[in-house]
Design a protein around this ligand. Structure first.
Ligand SMILES: Nc1ncnc2c1ncn2[C@@H]1O[C@H](COP(=O)(O)OP(=O)(O)OP(=O)(O)O)[C@@H](O)[C@H]1O
Length: 598
């Protein structure tokens, strides 16, 4: 329950809705109480006067009484109707305030979680599965909403109703009250347990349903592999097994559900029988009137749902507390990478320096860079080459401060990057990642992601510089073509170049290209490099690659191995070293020649 305290701030910001909601609940209940009172009055009126009326022999007097009775009955009928309408109207207002409040809280909570996710660093996302992040912002928030809306609504209704009705019942006859109410706690307890079973089964069904969805999704995305390996039948069988499990669980839930209504009917029946039996004896003994008995039967019926909802509300609160606990776990995580106190914005010219940097990935313990030193002057072009896993991408991650090194310093323009505001730092470095990610949006908007205010002309220029403009004009709707599931399917090389255009449009002084030309052919690569050359003239550029760009005149080429620099110098320096670079160069030259002669 203590976990739910985190929601109090939302109740506070919605206090008027909450107060009004509770007020409407009370008013609606007061109006609903008139019905049993009036029924009692009708019954008493009739039972007191009916014998005398029947004994009347004077037909005109009888007719007069009859019409009088009819008027009184009509008056009560209309009054009951008016009170029921008023009660219903305030019930409507109650829902309009409390349920609306819960939707506002749900909205705020979702935004709070989402904004918090945005602040958290890469390591957090590596450590938690996407499904887990999603379920906390969707399913857990939904369960919490059941507490801040329906649970509060039912609980307040139940509390007010029980207080008023039990008070009225006690005024009539305490003993009868005791007997009438005795089965109701049992009802609450039964509902609580049945609800828990239903919930457990529903959870299982939900998990099985999402399993079916992911099996289907995976088989659609991997349809080419399934077909080429003739695995259609195996894939169908896999789906059928998952569906079978889902069907069995659903049937089991239906059986439990089927028990629910009869259990309730039994409990209600038991209470009514007890009321009529004990109440009947009390009427015979003259302790209460027939009207009281009728009134009691209505009270019992009115109390059924409140007692039923005690069980329901208890399990709703329990579930909401568990969900809020899961939400709090994430909300309480503070990002490790954040602005240090006193961090300043900086105008970076482009000098990069790493001093004795060692970095180990926190969640795997893999040391990716060891005592690493590097100096790049503003405007220099540097290539980073090395075997897979040698630490090239890690270097890029440290420069944009996705991680902080455990030892040593990363300096930009001679300032430790930890003293530069994170937004200012990342805003002035363009990073083209190895694994391209494009959003389901238009081509133009994907490029504009680097500068949301950019005009179409600027977008086109960036596309031209990234050598992808011609390809884009080839699409049906040019720059307005949708990318993604519902849009065009781009080739790997096209995606990479759009991602480069996105980086160029930012027009920063430092650019890092992380192996982002791996999917283009040699001719396109030459074209891209030719175009980029002019663009990069006065900018610092770090190009991480597996291939040697002989065309590009690098100021420095660095060869990494196991997180250390093993070779460093210009193209000619490295060739004369006769090491990894020279070997790679020879291999690449032979490969290219073979390609030409083929
Ligand atoms: N996010 C991560 N979490 C844990 N370990 C990682 C992570 N990223 C990389 N590593 C590990 O750190 C080491 C260096 O990886 P890095 O990605 O920097 O190499 P790389 O030279 O860029 O390789 P490639 O050329 O294949 O991209 C590798 O052993 C890798 O397994």
């Amino acid at each position: 329950m203590k976990h739910l305290a985190a929601l109090n701030k939302y109740f506070l910001s919605n206090k008027w809705r909450l107060i009004l909601g509770l007020l409407f609940t009370a008013i609606s209940i007061v109006f609903s109480i008139f019905q049993p009172i009036m029924v009692r009055q009708i019954f008493d009126l009739l039972s007191h006067n009916i014998d005398e009326y029947r004994l009347l022999s004077d037909t005109s007097l009888k007719g007069f009484f009859r019409s009088d009775f009819t008027h009184v009955l009509a008056f009560y009928g209309i009054s009951i109707l008016i009170f029921a309408l008023l009660s219903g109207f305030f019930l409507f207002l109650q829902r309009q305030t409390l349920i609306v409040m819960s939707r506002h809280i749900e909205y705020d909570l979702k935004n709070e979680i989402y904004q918090h996710y945005q602040r958290l660093d890469l390591n957090f996302f590596k450590m938690h599965r996407t499904g887990d992040l999603m379920s906390r912002i969707t399913e857990d928030v939904s369960r919490v909403r059941m507490y801040v809306g329906p649970a509060i609504m039912y609980a307040s209704r139940t509390l007010f109703l029980i207080i008023i009705i039990v008070y009225l019942m006690l005024q009539v006859n305490p003993l009868l009250t005791l007997y009438t109410l005795s089965p109701l706690p049992l009802l609450a307890l039964t509902i609580y347990y049945v609800n828990r079973i239903i919930h457990r089964k529903s959870e299982k069904i939900q998990a099985q349903l999402s399993n079916i969805t992911s099996i289907a999704q995976e088989s659609y995305s991997g349809i080419r592999v399934i077909k080429s390996y003739i695995q259609e039948d195996a894939s169908a069988q896999h789906f059928e097994d998952a569906s079978e499990a889902y069907k069995n669980s659903s049937i089991s839930l239906a059986k439990t559900d089927a028990l629910f209504q009869p259990t309730m009917a039994l409990m209600i029946g038991l209470s009514v029988i007890l009321t009529i039996f004990i109440g009947g004896i009390q009427v015979i003994d003259g302790n209460i009137t027939v009207g009281n008995l009728a009134e009691f039967v209505i009270y019992v019926n009115m109390l059924m749902f409140p007692f039923f909802s005690i069980g329901m509300v208890a399990s709703m609160i329990q579930r909401a507390a568990a969900s809020q606990q899961r939400i709090n776990e994430f909300l309480q995580i503070e990002p490790v990478i954040k602005d240090a106190p006193g961090a300043q914005a900086a105008m970076l010219k482009g000098e990069v320096r790493l001093e004795n940097v060692s970095f180990t990935y926190p969640h795997t313990g893999i040391t990716a860079l060891k005592d690493f030193n590097l100096h790049i002057k503003p405007g220099q072009k540097v290539a980073i080459i090395g075997r897979t896993g040698s630490g090239k991408s890690t270097l890029a991650q440290l420069l944009i401060r996705m991680y902080d090194p455990q030892q040593g310093k990363v300096l930009l323009d001679q300032q430790d990057i930890r003293t530069i505001q994170l937004g200012s730092l990342r805003g002035q470095i363009s990073y083209v990642p190895q694994d391209v990610f494009l959003f389901s949006d238009t081509v133009a908007n994907n490029i504009r992601f680097g500068d949301p205010t950019a005009s179409l002309e600027t977008v086109q220029t960036a596309a031209r510089q990234a050598s992808v403009e011609k390809d884009i004009f080839g699409f049906n709707e040019g720059f307005e073509t949708e990318i993604g599931e519902r849009g065009v399917t781009l080739s790997g090389g096209q995606k990479q170049r759009i991602s480069i255009a996105r980086a160029l449009i930012k027009d920063p002084n430092i650019l890092i290209f992380d192996d982002c030309l791996s999917a283009v052919d040699a001719r396109t690569e030459k074209e891209i490099i030719g175009n980029l050359y002019a663009y990069l003239q006065h900018k610092t550029a770090i190009i991480i690659t597996h291939r040697i760009f002989a065309l590009f005149e690098f100021d420095k080429i660095i060869v990494l191995d196991e997180g250390k620099i093993v070779e460093e110098g210009t193209h000619d320096d490295l060739l004369s070293l006769n090491g990894y670079y020279a070997e790679l160069y020879t291999r690449q030259q032979t490969g290219e020649e073979e390609n030409v002669t083929e």
